[in-house]
Design a protein around this ligand. Structure first.
Ligand SMILES: NC(=O)c1ccc[n+]([C@@H]2O[C@H](COP(=O)([O-])OP(=O)(O)OC[C@H]3O[C@@H](n4cnc5c(N)ncnc54)[C@H](OP(=O)(O)O)[C@@H]3O)[C@@H](O)[C@H]2O)c1
Length: 273
């Protein structure tokens, strides 16, 4: 079984580690590193994995290093691993889940042509319902790609993109997207309350409808546009709501929002590298 070192034991690492363990991954093959020893103790107690406050020690022997710190500090964290990587006979695969930072930058900071997989997950990974896009640089073997895919599939759906710039599109469509749905739910709950429902009922009805719609769409053999048409009878109630959304330019709003999200991912790469 592949040995994994997670650098940064925050939300994303915790959710991926939790998913792996639930899928039967051996805890003693996983090490989480973080300067915060209280957080490490909690994660060790919960999952029975190894922990370290020094990133370099487990990185000397593991098969895969998962870079799971904030993009702002990725450069400094990666530079600090350079000597460890150079001292190894066989280099590990690097998986970076940091938004924005390219494989090329990670290779440059490590000063070696190393296997780097970039991954863009999202927070529903916390409940095993994540969606991740993956890109592998040319130094990544098929076996390493399989390992990366298995890792991310442990917490939801994972798919490969053929070109690295498409990770920015993945950031826009799934990485940041739980927040778009939360915003819509927020607006629906507020509107339901304005129409007289109590907060609890408005919230439960909204969340159940969001989950039901996604479950229905996932299991359906027709696309979402057809599912929408089937419940939009001419002259009916749903039609009025859909017309209101369309007249307000919902499609353009969504397109612009996702473009701004992807553009910010490109900007962040420049800022933090
Ligand atoms: N959350 C999302 O929705 C999401 C989605 C897609 C991708 N991502 C990416 O996933 C990465 C991690 O995000 P997250 O939400 O898990 O962040 P997070 O909860 O803040 O986790 C990062 C962890 O790294 C620790 N850390 C700080 N300096 C470190 C160092 N030198 N060595 C090792 N660990 C260090 C932090 O400790 P302190 O808190 O003490 O600083 C924190 O525990 C980010 O790059 C983000 O872009 C996140």
């Amino acid at each position: 079984m592949t040995t994994l070192t997670f650098i940064g034991a925050g939300n994303m690492s915790t959710s991926i580690i939790g998913g792996l363990i639930e899928q039967g991954y051996q805890p003693d093959h996983i090490t989480a590193c973080d300067p915060n020893s209280d957080g490490l103790n909690a994660i060790q107690e919960k999952f029975g994995i190894h922990t370290a406050t020094d990133n370099s020690i487990p990185s000397t022997t593991c098969d895969v290093i998962v870079l799971a710190v904030k993009p702002q500090i990725l450069k400094i964290v990666t530079l600090a691993l350079r000597d460890v990587i150079h001292s190894r006979q066989q280099a590990p695969m690097i998986i970076s889940i940091a938004a924005g930072i390219s494989c090329e930058h990670i290779q440059q900071w490590l000063e070696t042509d190393i296997a780097v997989v970039r991954c863009m997950p999202n927070t529903p990974s916390l409940v095993g319902e994540g969606a991740s896009g993956l890109y592998a640089n040319p130094y990544t073997s098929e076996q390493q790609k399989t390992i990366a895919e298995q890792l991310m599939s442990a917490v939801g759906y994972a798919t490969w993109v053929a070109e690295e710039h498409l990770i920015d599109a993945v950031t826009a469509i799934s990485g940041s997207a739980p927040a778009y749905f939360f915003l819509l739910m927020e607006a629906m709950i507020d509107a339901g309350i304005k129409q007289g429902l109590d907060k609890e009922s408005a919230t439960k009805l909204t969340l159940q409808t969001a989950m039901g719609a996604a479950t229905l769409a996932k299991g359906s053999d027709v696309d979402v546009a057809e599912l929408r048409r089937r419940i939009t009878s001419p002259g009916g109630t749903t039609e009025q709501a859909i017309l209101s959304y369309e007249n307000a330019g919902l499609r353009t709003i969504v397109e612009e929002a996702m473009q701004r999200c992807a553009d910010r991912s490109v900007e962040m790469a420049k800022e933090f590298s």
